[in-house]
Design a protein around this ligand. Structure first.
Ligand code: SF4
Length: 232
């Protein structure tokens, strides 16, 4: 739990990020420019994760460890279109494989609508992320200080609070800057949303026109509204 002072600093940080990002987004050219801007958030989250590793407790995460890739992952519209553009630039066979994997994921998820099983992300290939350079901020922020907690599927995963606070401020501030533009930015289930973006060529245009349902129904609960990180 943050102290009152820490919470005030967290909210101020969101405001600073929002103002900087809104200014930069105003310069972005067209839908592609607005999508490409999301890479700035990703570089920022990578930087705070690197800083946390350099100064704080060491994450237990290692390449090939993919416990957190079996949990629900959410991404905003620009992140989803960023991934879809990357996949569309791949050879046709790779695109077809990606769509097949996303459709299998959707089918499996539909079989467990009430209590979804722990399902591997469709981008997880041989326990590695196949879209690592384009993965969403939620994946870049995710970490654990204890492999045991992850393998036991513990409800509470020990994490570095500094990393969480800094990453959440970047994510929330950037989301609010997109909304200021105004462009829809809400949290969507990653696999479902990327499938929608890949199979509906008009989705990007609708998003850029401000359609909040460009990638499907908007979520009832939006975790990108600033939430205060807490120790787990
Ligand atoms: S996008 Fe990559 S890092 Fe994120 S859950 Fe999927 S496989 Fe894991």
């Amino acid at each position: 739990m943050l102290t009152d002072d820490e919470r005030a600093a967290f909210l101020q940080s969101i405001t600073r990020v929002r103002q900087r990002a809104a200014q930069a987004l105003r310069q972005a050219q067209g839908a592609d420019g607005a999508v490409a801007f999301i890479a700035q958030l990703h570089r920022g989250v990578d930087a705070v994760a690197e800083q946390a590793r350099a100064t704080g407790p060491q994450p237990a995460c290692q390449a090939g460890c993919a416990h957190c890739c079996h949990l629900r992952v959410e991404a905003t519209e620009p992140e989803v279109f960023h991934i879809a553009q990357h996949l569309r630039a791949q050879p046709p066979a790779a695109q077809a494989d990606a769509i097949s994997a996303l459709q299998r994921h959707a089918t499996t998820a539909a079989l467990n609508p009430a209590s979804p099983a722990r399902q591997a992300c469709s981008f997880l290939v041989d326990d590695r992320c196949s879209i690592y350079a384009h993965r969403p901020a939620a994946c870049r922020k995710a970490h654990s200080l204890s492999v045991q907690h992850c393998s036991e599927q513990s409800a509470t995963i020990p994490q570095n609070l500094r990393l969480l606070v800094d990453a959440e401020a970047l994510m929330a501030g950037t989301t609010l800057a997109y909304r200021d533009r105004p462009l829809p930015a809400s949290a969507h289930e990653l696999n479902t949303a990327v499938l929608a973006a890949l199979t509906d060529p008009a989705a990007l245009h609708r998003w850029y026109q401000g359609d909040p349902a460009a990638l499907g129904p908007t979520p009832a609960q939006d975790p990108h509204t600033p939430n205060t990180p807490q120790h787990s």
